[in-house]
Design a protein around this ligand. Structure first.
Ligand SMILES: Cc1cc2nc3c(=O)[nH]c(=O)nc-3n(C[C@H](O)[C@H](O)[C@H](O)COP(=O)(O)O)c2cc1C
Length: 334
């Protein structure tokens, strides 16, 4: 069975990619993921706030301004528990590159253009095989129009693109008015791949302290339907690699992602729940299913139930709404 796939122009041995998360932030767990057969790993994001903070710190030290330094400190969210800052991050890229047999993708998170995008170059120099730009943008400003908000994505991609020679993927949430049009624009700005979709975490309110608190719940398989639909619609229509992220837990989820048209399926929650070895289970079960269905390769599988390939393209659109509603059967009541 040939499980190999191409993603961002890279030849991967398998279609399961370990997406950003705690397990891709440590060399020992990265090695476990590699041993379990992942096609590639994406290291946790290095955040714009960390990078601008470092620059502000340097500026403050150079100008010997205690006031400037204090101000710089106040911009810095507490990321120290999550990753260890820019220098250690570059070391992690280099160490992962040396230790792992699969490609290593580094991730940069930010929403504005600025000096921090030069880190893309440093990540490449440290050995990253590709850069994933994680644009986690909560468009809360009522003065900013849709065009202005969307221009932030394309401006950012256009700013990072010339910094690097390696492929660039862009990870986005699902909140666009027209996903196909917006994705086309991101690709036209220079993205080689789209990672669909990031999960936007919703904050909670603590009823005792009345504070707004972070709330991270791991995904479930249900959530893969949203990216699956849009990958199925985008397949063959955008000139970019497609990665499905959110809700890939089982080999069934993995098979569906590929059938819809994903080049790779990414996983974070499932490996956090079951450990790195779960990747091996996903791949063995996928092979088993492919053999039963008489598929010989992932390439053959990819996109075979995309919108352009399926006998019923409307099933990915509005027709599905009516069918879904009428498919619900109320339990019989006496
Ligand atoms: C604890 C944790 C940390 C994460 N950190 C990052 C990150 O640094 N950058 C990023 O792009 N995504 C991050 N993610 C999102 C995952 O990469 C992934 O896109 C998301 O969890 C959906 O996939 P899943 O359903 O397989 O978990 C994180 C997820 C979790 C659970």
């Amino acid at each position: 069975m040939d499980l190999s796939t191409r993603y961002l122009g890279l030849a991967l041995r398998s279609p399961v990619v370990a997406s950003c998360g705690p397990l891709t932030g440590r060399l020992d767990t990265l090695a476990e993921l590699d041993d379990a057969g992942v096609g590639a790993v994406v290291l946790p994001s290095l955040f714009e706030e960390q990078l601008t903070h470092e620059q502000l710190e340097i500026d403050a030290m150079l100008s010997q301004s205690a006031e400037g330094f204090g101000e710089a400190m106040s911009f810095f969210p507490d990321l120290s528990d999550y990753n260890t800052g820019p220098d250690r991050y570059l070391d992690l890229v280099a160490d992962a590159k040396e230790r792992l047999s699969c490609p290593v993708i580094a991730s940069l998170n930010g929403t504005t253009e600025g000096g921090w995008v030069r880190y893309a170059k440093l990540l490449e120099e440290a050995g990253a095989d590709a850069i994933e730009l994680n644009v986690y943008l909560v468009a809360a400003d009522a003065e900013a129009t849709t065009e202005e908000v969307e221009a932030r994505y394309t401006d950012l991609v256009a700013a990072v693109r010339p910094e690097i020679a390696v492929p660039l993927s862009v990870k986005v949430g699902a909140q666009f008015t027209s996903i196909p049009a917006s994705m086309q624009r991101i690709v036209a700005a220079g993205a080689d791949g789209l990672v669909l979709f990031n999960r936007f975490y919703q904050p909670d309110i603590d009823l005792e302290t009345l504070e707004v608190t972070p709330n991270l719940v791991l995904s479930t398989s249900e959530e893969m339907r949203l990216p699956m639909r849009w990958i199925a619609i985008l397949y063959g229509r955008v000139q970019a690699s497609l990665a499905l992220t959110s809700g890939v837990h089982t080999s069934e989820d993995l098979a569906k992602a590929l059938l819809a048209g994903a080049d790779v399926a990414m996983t974070t929650s499932a490996v956090l729940k079951h450990g790195a070895a779960h990747v091996g289970v996903l791949l063995r079960e996928l092979e088993h299913w492919m053999a039963e269905e008489e598929y010989e390769s992932v390439t053959q599988l990819k996109g075979s139930v995309s919108q352009e390939a399926t006998a019923d393209p409307a099933a990915f659109e509005r027709a599905n709404y009516i069918e879904t509603l009428s498919s619900y059967t109320t339990p019989f009541r006496t």
